[in-house]
Design a protein around this ligand. Structure first.
Ligand code: ZN
Length: 187
């Protein structure tokens, strides 16, 4: 018997009010760790839905997806939502989807650059890594949408990865200390 307990995990970064200060603090729900951990994974390849108001171009999304597919991850359909898309308009993320949009009201403006929420089912508290992620929402401030690594990093959270403290690593929660090092992320 599988108990479905949706758990919401929010990972955020910032502050963003001043680009010069952007990387001083990484405000994460869980503090950045020296250990890379994947807490949960998708049961099916997630679709990517970019809202019409989304902060990223489709080219930018394709580039970020390429980063992760090279590491062995698979994704479903990647599409741009029409302006009147129900999920985008209401903030309700469709099942098995990573939705990308601009910040919603809960987003702390001037504090965060990006934020990723993941919804997961976890039937075993002893083994959080076994959780199944069934939807995710990435929010990025428009001014930062095109910035290198931000979307890749947030997709990393959507795939279950945590923030780490390794300099030069994709999952470093402090933007200026991050990089394209993907050690440990290969699926
Ligand atoms: Zn992060």
């Amino acid at each position: 018997m599988r108990l479905l307990l949706p758990i919401l995990l929010v990972t955020t970064h910032g502050p963003a009010s001043d680009r010069a200060l952007n990387d001083r603090v990484c405000l994460t729900a869980a503090a950045a760790s020296s250990a890379l951990e994947q807490n949960g994974s998708w049961g099916y390849p997630p679709e990517i839905l970019v809202c019409a108001t989304g902060p990223v171009t489709m080219d930018r999304v394709e580039k970020a997806i390429k980063y992760w597919t090279k590491l062995g991850y698979t994704f479903g359909i990647v599409e741009e939502a029409p302006r009147d898309h129900y999920g985008c308009a209401t903030g309700k993320v469709p099942y098995n989807t990573i939705m990308i949009d601009i910040p919603s009201q809960s987003f702390k403006m001037g504090v965060h650059l990006g934020s990723t929420k993941t919804w997961r089912n976890n039937d075993n508290e002893q083994h959080p890594r076994a959780a199944e992620i069934f939807k995710a929402k990435i929010e990025i401030i428009p001014a930062w949408g095109a910035t290198e690594r931000i979307l890749e990093h947030e997709i990393g959270h959507a795939l279950g990865w945590n923030d780490v403290t390794h300099t030069g690593h994709m999952m470093n929660g402090v933007w200026s200390l991050g990089g394209y090092n993907s050690r440990g992320l290969k699926q």
